[in-house]
Write a protein that binds this ligand. Structure first.
Ligand SMILES: Cc1cc2nc3c(=O)[nH]c(=O)nc-3n(C[C@H](O)[C@H](O)[C@H](O)COP(=O)(O)OP(=O)(O)OC[C@H]3O[C@@H](n4cnc5c(N)ncnc54)[C@H](O)[C@@H]3O)c2cc1C
Ligand code: SF4
Length: 499
């Protein structure tokens, strides 16, 4: 019997389930990696994402080869042709693949009629298994992230003092919502110049005859596990201390603030969630780091990230088509070009074009918030997010965009929609200072679209929102609005889209 391992593009770790068991040197198991050009054309991708994934795959293949593994690396139109050829050439009788993180790829794998046995090994790139999440979630009335997070802290013994949370509290979020006041001294991110392998991929993507999104260069991302570890180290030493307080702040020209820039590497398998959490907890125990920052960060990785992935596999297929508010407006062109007078959207979309990156509040409170209150079609918004971000994968996009960003699931994930007016943007960013619109006005020619769309959204969906307990306070404010203002708000929201 000859066993072979097919390594998927986001499974680039020696400890991944399918590879780990073949470790004992010298490794003789044939392994295969495939770059499929058709797959890259199924939807539009950020040009830097294609470079990141293919360069990281090529580097990983080279590392395996250097360690003596018999590696086949194929650049092909589809996956199936080189897979079948390799199975035949290597006389593979059993193919092992670690379970894909995305549901569509698992379906694709399961429908392949291969001339050998196929063994799909449970995915070990997350702290929680799919079954572990299901066991936690089943029979619960509410799937609150906070409960899941606390369970994770206890289960994996992270930031615990016996049975109690370190510092006597589970959550220090109240200390973590500071607006960006005065001059902020933000740290430079750690960047890497493209080596020969990356340059070859950049050249290949440059020649692509299919549409991509955003700027191909400059390309500064890490492409190996070693470089990703350096990014983690750099984060811990230069950004972690201030991560908490300014987690929600947005500043023009500051692409990253104190955020970690780790999602591209975690999502490719170059870093593992537990090693990231352990490194941060170790730094906390060795140095005098503020607990609000340390806990705030650990909650992102061990709470939100695991929760989003668990939920993605827990919900049924119908979840991905849900549209609670029946929103049907197509995506405006400026989502692709950044050409809009709304400065917040202009800045954030331009940044994503340049880098493929936006931090959480830019994604949630600018991009998704606008999409929600303006009534954009949820699945089109999800597809757009997937196309433009460097760290986008089905498992992390669907629940973040449909559940958290757009409340399209009707409240499975969030207890109320993350909808906000210009008040929020003005408090948490400096975008409004450079804008043609006035964040304080909801009527009049300078009225900020975030204001009239926000109130129009509440007005249009009053019935649905009334059943969301946490919305009653804000709906009372809607009731107090002058009738003539409400008429103008409705008009402005409707006319915004006319040329
Ligand atoms: C509408 C929307 C779309 C998003 N799309 C993606 C996506 O395609 N890919 C992606 O990895 N994340 C996505 N996120 C989550 C989050 O915004 C990014 O993980 C984060 O901005 C990545 O930057 P960072 O590494 O600097 O994060 P930091 O702010 O430094 O956070 C640290 C880590 O926590 C994890 N994390 C935090 N929040 C989440 C979350 N909600 N879901 C999953 N992981 C989380 C990430 O691994 C991240 O690297 C999305 C969030 C929203 C609201
Ligand atoms: S005024 Fe409105 S559109 Fe302009 S930056 Fe502020 S929130 Fe965005």
């Amino acid at each position: 019997m000859t066993t072979g391992v097919w390594i998927l593009g986001d499974q680039l770790w020696l400890g991944q389930a399918a590879l780990a068991q073949h470790h004992n040197p010298p490794a003789k198991t044939p392994v295969l990696l495939i770059e499929s050009r058709q797959y890259a054309q199924q939807r539009r991708y950020h040009a830097q994402k294609l470079v990141l994934v293919w360069s990281a795959m090529r580097h990983f293949a080279a590392e395996l080869q250097g360690a003596g593994w018999p590696v086949s690396y194929e650049i092909a139109e589809d996956f199936e042709t080189p897979l079948r050829q390799w199975i035949q050439a290597q006389r593979i009788t059993r193919l092992q693949v670690m379970e894909p993180s995305d549901r569509p790829f698992l379906t694709f794998l399961q429908t392949l009629d291969l001339p050998c046995d196929l063994e799909i090994m449970p995915n070990n790139h997350f702290l929680w298994s799919v079954d572990g999440f299901k066991a936690w979630a089943s029979n619960r009335k509410s799937l609150l992230m906070e409960s899941f997070y606390r369970e994770g802290r206890k289960r994996f013994d992270i930031l615990m003092a016996g049975k109690e949370p370190v510092g006597g509290q589970w959550n220090f979020d109240k200390e973590n919502r500071q607006p960006p006041k005065g001059k902020l001294d933000t740290p430079e991110p750690l960047t890497f110049g493209p080596d020969d392998i990356t340059q070859a991929v950049i050249a290949a993507v440059q020649q692509a005859d299919w549409p991509t999104f955003g700027n191909l260069e400059p390309f500064h991302w890490a492409v190996t596990r070693d470089q990703a570890r350096q990014v983690l180290d750099h984060f811990i030493h230069t950004r972690l201390t201030t991560f908490g307080p300014y987690q929600d702040a947005m500043v023009t020209g500051e692409d990253t603030m104190w955020h970690a820039l780790l999602s591209p590497y975690l999502n490719l398998g170059l870093l593992q969630p537990l090693e990231v959490i352990d490194a941060v907890e170790k730094a906390y125990s060795e140095r005098d780091l503020p607990l609000n920052s340390v806990e705030g960060f650990i909650r992102q990785v061990m709470g939100w990230r695991e929760y989003m992935r668990g939920l993605y596999w827990y919900v049924d297929e119908a979840y991905f088509d849900r549209n609670f508010f029946d929103h049907d407006r197509p995506l405006p062109d400026f989502f692709w070009t950044g050409e809009t007078e709304m400065n917040c959207l202009h800045q954030v979309i331009n940044q994503v074009q340049r880098t493929g990156y936006g931090h959480h509040i830019q994604r949630l409170m600018i991009l998704a918030n606008f999409s929600l209150i303006a009534g954009l079609q949820p699945q089109a918004v999800e597809a757009w997010f997937h196309a433009v971000f460097i760290d986008a994968y089905d498992w992390v996009m669907q629940t973040n965009v449909l559940g958290m960003g757009l409340f399209a699931d009707g409240g499975v994930l969030a207890s109320k929609p993350y909808s906000a007016s210009a008040n929020y943007v003005n408090r948490m960013s400096d975008y409004c200072q450079g804008c043609r619109y006035n964040p304080k006005q909801k009527t009049g020619d300078d009225a900020c679209p975030f204001n009239f769309f926000y109130w129009d959204f509440l007005d249009r969906h009053r019935d649905k929102l009334q059943s969301q307990g946490r919305m009653s306070f804000i709906l009372k404010n809607l009731d107090k609005m002058k009738p003539e203002d409400l008429v103008e708000i409705r008009d402005r929201a409707a006319n915004f889209w006319s040329p």
